[in-house]
Write a protein that binds this ligand. Sequence first.
Ligand code: CA
Length: 225
Amino acid sequence: MHILIIEDEAKTAAYLHKGLTEQGFVVDLAYDGQNGLFMAQQGNYDLIILDIMLPKLDGWRVIQQFRLSDRKVPVIFLSARDTIEDRVKGLEQGADDYLVKPFAFSELLARIRSLLRRGHVQQAETLNIVDLEIDYLKHKVARAGKTIDLTPKEFALLSLLARRKGEVLSRTLIAEQVWDMNFDSDTNIIDVAIRRLRQKIDHQHAVKLIHTVRGVGYFLDERDE
Ligand code: CA
């Protein structure tokens, strides 16, 4: 498996290179956006890890240009920019995942494996799970053809659960991804948000999509509890 890392911080790049090589990946490095884009277009990569703040060409431009010609190779944004707007923008522009620095290497590895396992992910502009439809470009959610109004946080929460369908996500991970909160923060906010999301997504439907694993976290899937 061949991975391209586009990252200008030498320390982070070296750390990623070492860690991923140890895991058996073949890793190439690019230290600026221009060179990174060139390598991405020329090379035959299975996955690309892309920083946002880059010299010459920023990560937004890189993915825009790259997606013009390639809709399939999974791209993970890796950035210190942690606002919800940045994340949504990243996903809208065709990233498959968005990880905020600082991150745990094990977390990155899990995401890489998950993306590679799915194979070359269809560039999800819409995602359908049973009768739930999420349109990432228009920011619309519908179930059984009926539009559901979600707040931006609820949309981010649902998107996270849906993109990682079947995977149990801990409150900690959800807090980090959707609320930019740390491990020790009050995670009650997540339970409350999940409850609201359930009201909107599942309440009126026989097939429940959002499930709880007691003491562990939540997952979204069509299977029964
Ligand atoms: Ca950077």
